[in-house]
Each structure stands twice: as C-alpha cells, then as structure tokens.
Design a protein around this ligand. Structure first.
Ligand code: GLP
Length: 259
C-alpha cells in the first residue's frame, strides 16, 4: 500500500489524475473502475482538463462504476449514473455506450449484479479502480460487517452513511436517501490491477487510520486493500492526520513519485 500524503486536496487530485492520464496514454483501451461522491470531483476535473488540452483521449476507454442506489433511475438527479454523466462523462470524450453503471431499477437486482461481474470479466478486468472512502471506512457501499471476499450484490446502508450522503446530496433530506444499493463487492474491487483511493478532510481521518494502520477487518472494508499489491491512497493533511507513520509515508511516496 502506498500512502501519498499531500498538503492539499488540489495537489492530491492532480497527482491522482496524472496517474490515470498517463495510464490512458499508455493503454488507450484501458478499463477503468469509477467512483462517485464529492471526493473524486476535483480529480475528474483535472482528467477533463487533460482531454481539453488534447493530451489524452478516452474514445476507446471502457468504464464500470462501483455502485448505484436501488430504486433510482439513471435520470434521477441523485442517481450515480446522473452524477457520472454530469461530473465526468460529459466533460471527456468517452463514448457513453462504453460507460457502465449498475441499474438501480433492475427487476431482478441479483441477476443484474451477476451480469455486471460477467461484463467486467469479459472486458478483461479492471485496470485501475478509483475509490473514495466512507467515514465508517466503507469502499463502494460495502458497509461494516461485509465479508472482505464479497461480490457485487444488493447491500444495506448504515444510518451513518445515510446521514453522510444526505448531508452532501439529497438536499440534506435523510428520508429521501434509499436504504439499499447495488454495489461491487470488496472481493470484486480487490481484483482490479491497480487501485487509487482518495480521502480528504478531518471526517475521513479515522477511516484512513483504519484502512492503513488498523488490522484487516470487515469492520473497515477499506482495510482489505492492505492485501493488494498496487493500491495507492491519496490523502490531504487532514485525512492523514491520525496516521502514526505519516511522515514516513510522505517521504517514501514522494521519493517513489519523484516529487
Ligand atoms: C458513498 C459512495 C462511496 C463514496 C462515499 C464517500 O457512500 N458509495 O463510493 O466513497 O460515498 O463520499 P464522499 O466522497 O462524498 O465523502
């Protein structure tokens, strides 16, 4: 696990975006795993800037997103499909038909999840998976108590996640947040060849502490990344503030990245 401690979220977003831009340049047919939430928005903006500057093209790139709320169609302004269209897909030259988000309206959600996994497999697996982290340490919507081997399935949100997500989205109305979602499993996520997790702000400090320096546990599903051999955690000072070895990680990652 490589922990990149940055002075600001701007710096972290730029570094992570540069890592993705370089990878797309090297492999224009790359398969990306993408995440929603407020955290990756700045990185998506940087990726879009590179496309605008004609440094890179996403014309042949395929993407699969982590999760979607049960009961929200992609046209709903709080759905993750809508979020991706607005915050990334419309701003880069990716073909919309090459982008995939789980269908929260599927009649048979478990069948939808199985088919999603099969699509990813057929595409050769995910080359780079982008992740945020919940304040309870979840990745995608894999809440505490989820097996670290879990596969894409219907999942149940904790009251704390419902509260967090209402604060940032759903105009603050907790009662409007769906209580279930379709989510890639922890095991599914860990099969990606490379992982880029972003975390900003004091509200993520405990989650990052658990992810990086806690034991591997289903109580903090992000800790499963400890067993991945190419996982990069991009933090700002606040998110990294509870890490015991913060200065060591800063020096090690800066040396590796040549910054
Ligand atoms: C939701 C998403 C996660 C995301 C998390 C954090 O729970 N399912 O993928 O990482 O929110 O969101 P934010 O980046 O807004 O803090």
């Amino acid at each position: 696990m490589e922990i990149v401690v940055c002075k600001t979220k701007e710096e972290a977003s730029k570094l992570a975006a540069a890592m993705i831009t370089d990878a797309v340049k090297k492999n224009p047919k790359i398969v990306l795993g993408l995440a929603t939430g407020s955290t990756p928005v700045m990185m998506y903006g940087e990726m879009a800037k590179a496309v605008k500057a004609k440094k890179v093209s996403y014309k042949q790139v395929k993407s699969w997103n982590l999760d979607e709320y049960v009961g929200l169609p992609g046209t709903h302004d709080q759905s993750y499909r809508y979020f991706m269209n607005e915050n990334l897909f419309k701003k880069i030259d990716i073909k919309l038909s090459n982008t995939h988000v789980l269908n929260g309206m599927a009649k048979d959600p478990e069948k939808e999840c199985k088919a999603y996994e099969a699509q990813i497999k057929k595409a050769g697996g995910i080359d780079i998976q982008v992740l945020g982290i919940g304040s309870d340490g979840h990745i995608a919507f894999n809440e505490p108590g989820t097996s670290l081997n879990s596969r894409t399935s219907v999942v149940y949100l904790t009251p704390s996640t419902i509260k967090d997500n209402a604060r940032l989205f759903f105009k603050g109305k907790e009662k409007d947040v769906p209580t279930r979602a379709l989510s890639m499993g922890v095991g599914t996520i860990c099969e990606a060849k490379k992982i880029i997790l972003l975390a900003f702000g004091k509200g993520k400090a405990d989650a990052i502490k658990g992810c990086v320096e806690g034991g591997m546990s289903q109580f903090c599903t992000a800790s499963a990344l400890q067993a991945h051999n190419d996982a990069w955690i991009f933090c700002d000072e606040d998110a990294a503030s509870k890490l015991k070895l913060k200065e060591y990680y800063r020096w090690r990652s800066a040396t590796k990245l040549g910054k």
